[in-house]
Design a protein around this ligand. Structure first.
Ligand SMILES: Cc1cc2nc3c(=O)[nH]c(=O)nc-3n(C[C@H](O)[C@H](O)[C@H](O)COP(=O)(O)OP(=O)(O)OC[C@H]3O[C@@H](n4cnc5c(N)ncnc54)[C@H](O)[C@@H]3O)c2cc1C
Length: 373
């Protein structure tokens, strides 16, 4: 009987998994279906660039899947029926049955933990949200980015570099780039200072109003517009369907990426968490997880024991506009490797090459051109 694989989400994790599984299972009769809400692949790691008006590559999924044998369904996933092994989607064919399911629905901005964020703040976590910020930018004279993690730093720097007249402030509850080495953080501070970005650390925001931010000690700061980057959250679909998740809703998976509660379901990318593992929400985790899931899917479909994954980190790459950056080299567990840091144009060029590499990987079918026809 045909082995039916359904992959939910065509991001860095899901697209890689679907293509690799299809390649490995070519000729076996297995069927791979990829479901995604949009018909395009979104280069999510460049959405801060989109927000400032830069053009991103147009990447139709049909083009990326050409010749792979993967069936594409453009629809939003609305529910999972785990006992029936069915997925519900909001467009034809409305229901998809599976033998193995891959859950790769990624993450979005956390708009609900702090009051007022959903109503008053912008975000750069999804293409539509970044485009909304882009459309409002020309009318703004100042902007406050909340969140001192990598996305907040990149967003503040990109905005300041692209719009020199715009006053940009970066506010964070901790220190900016808290997990980086002192050398990397020194470069962040001096680069942001040169760009005119005002940095405010140790300020925990408890409420966002229409034109202000409130501190947890009751203080208030005027804010013409706010970009919220303080935290990502995953869709509630996995937890609602009965899959075992952590407290944030990420699917708990074992080292073969199979759900600890439902082994016929694989969880990958931002939406999954390997227990006792960092699984940092990042492209750096999603890509290898997706590639490995392709191998596990082929193992499962052909009756082989699935192989365990080992996620290892090498660097954290932060762009500071198009001409500057910080690359912090890390140990395999993502902790900074002392002062092994690249800065300035060399880092910017390195990050650009890595970002292009992710698209090259998404384009790669792994098949010789003759076999693809
Ligand atoms: C501005 C920004 C900059 C970043 N920079 C970096 C960086 O430099 N390096 C790095 O490692 N990481 C970076 N990240 C994080 C990185 O983008 C994510 O970790 C990565 O995209 C996760 O990949 P994924 O495949 O799990 O999810 P995603 O890429 O989010 O893909 C999920 C897919 O699922 C689809 N989907 C979601 N819900 C549904 C539904 N209900 N029905 C159908 N389809 C659905 C989405 O449309 C999307 O196509 C950045 C993120 C942002 C926002």
């Amino acid at each position: 009987m045909t082995h039916r694989i359904v992959v939910l989400g065509a991001g860095y994790a899901g697209l890689g998994a679907a293509k690799r599984a299809a390649r490995r299972l070519r000729g076996t009769g297995a069927q791979v279906t990829l479901v995604n809400a949009a018909d395009r692949f979104v280069e999510r790691i460049r959405l801060h660039q989109l927000a400032t008006g830069q053009k991103l590559l147009d990447l139709p999924l049909t083009g990326l899947l050409d010749g792979t044998g993967v069936d594409l369904v453009v629809a939003r996933v609305t529910g999972l029926d785990l006992p029936a092994r069915e997925v519900r989607v909001d467009a034809a064919p409305y229901t998809l049955g599976y033998d193995t399911l891959v859950y790769a629905l990624g993450s979005g901005a956390d708009l609900d933990t702090v009051p007022g964020v959903r109503e008053h703040a912008f975000s750069v976590a999804a293409a539509g949200e970044a485009a909304r910020l882009r459309s409002q930018l020309p009318g703004l004279s100042s902007l406050t980015v909340v969140g001192g993690g990598l996305t907040g730093i990149e967003t503040a720097a990109e905005l300041a570099a692209a719009r020199p007249g715009l006053r940009v402030e970066l506010v964070t509850g901790d220190r900016i780039g808290a997990g980086l080495s002192e050398r990397a953080r020194r470069h962040l501070h001096s680069a942001l200072g040169r760009m005119g970005v005002a940095v405010r650390e140790h300020a925990v925001i408890s409420k966002v109003g229409p034109d202000s931010l409130q501190w947890d000690d009751g203080g208030e700061l005027p804010a013409e517009a706010v970009v919220w980057t303080a935290g990502f959250r995953v869709p509630g679909l996995a937890a609602a369907s009965g899959l075992a998740t952590d407290e944030s809703g990420r699917i708990l998976v074992d080292r073969t990426l199979r759900s600890v509660s439902h082994p016929e379901v694989l969880g990958i990318g931002d939406a999954a968490q390997v227990p006792d593992d960092l699984s940092r929400m990042s492209c750096q985790t999603a890509l290898p997880m997706g590639m490995h899931a392709g191998v596990v899917l082929a193992d499962l479909a052909t009756g082989r024991p699935p192989r365990p994954v080992r996620i290892r980190y090498v660097w954290q790459n932060i762009s500071l506009g198009r001409l500057d950056g910080v690359t912090q080299f890390t140990r395999a567990d993502d902790s900074p490797l002392g002062d092994a840091v690249l800065t300035g144009r060399a880092s910017a060029r390195f990050k650009e090459a890595v970002s292009r590499g992710t698209v090259a990987l998404m384009r790669y079918s792994g098949l010789p051109s003759a076999a693809r026809r």
